[in-house]
Design a protein around this ligand. Structure first.
Ligand code: KIV
Ligand code: ZN
Length: 511
């Protein structure tokens, strides 16, 4: 009989710990609904105790998602566990994931606790969590650098306390596959009653081995993998969901495991996460990169035409490439647009907001022949539509560039409802535009990243610009989309400034 591999997605929690990837509640709900459609077993929706906003995000996801278990992270602290328990209350199936570090370096320098105190606290956290749900997961943070005998003691104690899933994280991405597989094997052999729980792994990608380590763990008995869409996550990221799922599916001869994932939803999910977080997908990324199924050399093309399997081990359509071919155009009406939005899990709080989206759609259709799902996602991601009362708002702009002449830009924007205008010169039209904005705003931010990606193909495609700004240790990503990339750049810059303006303080779970 084929066993099941549980897919635990942490895009909304560990993924959100990527610099600048913080998401608003409605964006988290959109991703969560797409994860549900993808068939993810458990959605880690956030760290409820981090801030009132994070609590609300977990609670709202728990309310809107019914086809997946909704989970909140909680440090092994009574208040964290209580907040997690309250946030998952509306879920039809809710989990609390509590954790404490078990490595000497973390216990001594971060927690300042003795090993016995750590065990005692881990046991208490599992017991507190059980007051809210039977589905309690425990993680031994930095298990990779923890002493094996101590790990056995910790896991034994939390099983006795009632934990149902035991997660073994490579928090710092330090392991290599053969060693990780061996560590998992030994734990399962040595921990009493290990067959009464589900073993899980959570690997970071600091050495580029997160997927390989996760799969080594699976081959040694792990039946839950924690992963993220596009491999998003703290530092170099987490194991990528799409790579894990497609490895297990493509090499069924090796793993003999099944997941509940509808693989045709992989690419749409990847695109949604990328457009919401502002993290573009590298073209050569496995499964979801633009080149993942493109054959460049003549020999390969010839082989694929003669017999697809000569160079392809998976079918592009099986992971959802081409899933969004249905296009809308200038003549599409309100109903067609409403249906497409519904299929994309995009809801509007009021008819007024839908009307605004419809106007923007018509405006875009005047400039662009065909409108694809990605265009619609970008259209609603645009904060100008989503947040009616934004602090900084682009009213109008123009930019001019000509060979041999310094580019210039003029920006008209409102700041807290008051209109301002500025002109500036720059190295290029984008630089001039940012300088004009800064003449008005004087934000004191630092530009850390600027990137442009075409949302669909063709020269009439919308360019999606990501701008990463930092100020006083806070980092935000702003996005903007437009068929004119200078306008998209201005929108992205203002979007980032709006996020910096309104953002609330939140705690980091591992600090
Ligand atoms: O990397 C890590 O150890 C974590 C834990 C909270 C599971 O993210
Ligand atoms: Zn992690």
């Amino acid at each position: 009989m084929t066993e099941k591999l549980i897919i635990f997605d942490t895009t909304l929690r560990d993924g959100e710990q990527s610099p600048g990837a913080a998401m608003t509640v409605d964006k988290k709900i959109r991703i969560a609904r797409q994860l549900e459609k993808l068939g993810v077993d458990i959605i880690e929706a956030g760290f409820a105790a981090a801030s009132p906003g994070d609590f609300e995000a977990v609670r709202s996801v728990a309310e809107s998602v019914k086809g997946s278990t909704v989970c909140s992270l909680a440090r092994a602290m009574e208040n964290d566990v209580r907040r997690a328990g309250e946030a998952i209350r509306p879920a039809s199936s809710g989990r609390i994931h509590t954790f404490i570090a078990t490595s000497p370096i973390h216990m001594q320098h971060k927690l300042r606790m003795t090993p016995d105190q750590v065990i005692e606290r881990a046991v208490s956290a599992v017991k507190w969590a059980q007051q809210y749900t039977d589905d309690v997961e425990f993680s031994a943070e930095d298990a990779v650098r923890s002493d094996m005998d101590f790990l056995v003691r910790v896991f034994d104690a939390v099983i006795k306390a009632g934990a149902k899933t035991l997660n073994v994280p490579d928090t710092v991405g330090y392991s290599i596959p053969a060693l990780w597989g061996e560590r998992i094997k030994q734990l399962i052999e040595r921990v009493p009653n290990s067959d009464k729980v589900i073993w899980s792994t959570h690997c970071h990608n600091d050495l580029g081995l997160a997927v390989a380590n996760s799969l080594a763990a699976v081959m040694n008995g792990v039946r839950q993998v924690e992963c993220t869409i596009n491999g998003l996550g703290e530092r170099a990221g987490n194991a990528s969901l799409e790579e894990i799922v497609m490895s297990v599916r493509t090499r069924r001869d090796v793993f003999n495991l099944e997941t509940r994932i509808d693989t045709r939803q992989i690419v749409p999910t990847s695109k949604l996460v990328s457009s919401i977080t502002g993290y573009p997908v590298q073209p050569n990324k496995a499964i979801v990169g633009a080149n993942a199924f493109a054959h460049e050399s003549g020999i390969h093309q010839d082989g694929v035409i003669k017999h697809r399997e000569t160079y392809e081990i998976m079918r592009a359509e099986d992971v959802g490439w081409n899933a969004n071919k249905l296009s809308l155009g200038k003549l599409s009406g309100r109903n067609a647009l409403r249906q497409r939005f519904a299929a994309l899990n995009i809801e509007f709080a009021s008819e007024e907001l839908f009307n605004a989206a419809f106007d923007r759609f018509k405006e875009l259709a005047d400039r662009k022949h065909e409108i694809f799902d990605e265009d619609l996602q970008a259209l609603v991601s645009d904060e100008a539509m989503a947040q009616v009362s934004e602090y900084y708002h682009l009213v109008a702009m123009g930019a001019h560039s000509e060979t041999g002449v310094l580019p210039v830009a003029r920006v008209v924007m409102s700041m807290d409802g008051v209109e301002h205008q500025a002109d500036a010169q720059g190295g290029g039209p984008v630089d001039a535009t940012f300088k004009a904005i800064e003449k008005i705003v004087r934000s004191g931010t630092k530009l850390q990243l600027y990137s442009v990606n075409n949302i669909t193909s063709g020269t009439d495609a919308q360019g999606e610009v990501t701008v990463r700004l930092s100020k006083d240790g806070r980092i935000v990503n702003g996005q903007g989309a437009d068929t004119d990339i200078v306008v998209a750049s201005a929108k992205a810059y203002l979007n980032a400034l709006n996020k910096l303006h309104g953002k609330q303080e939140r705690a980091h779970p591992q600090v």
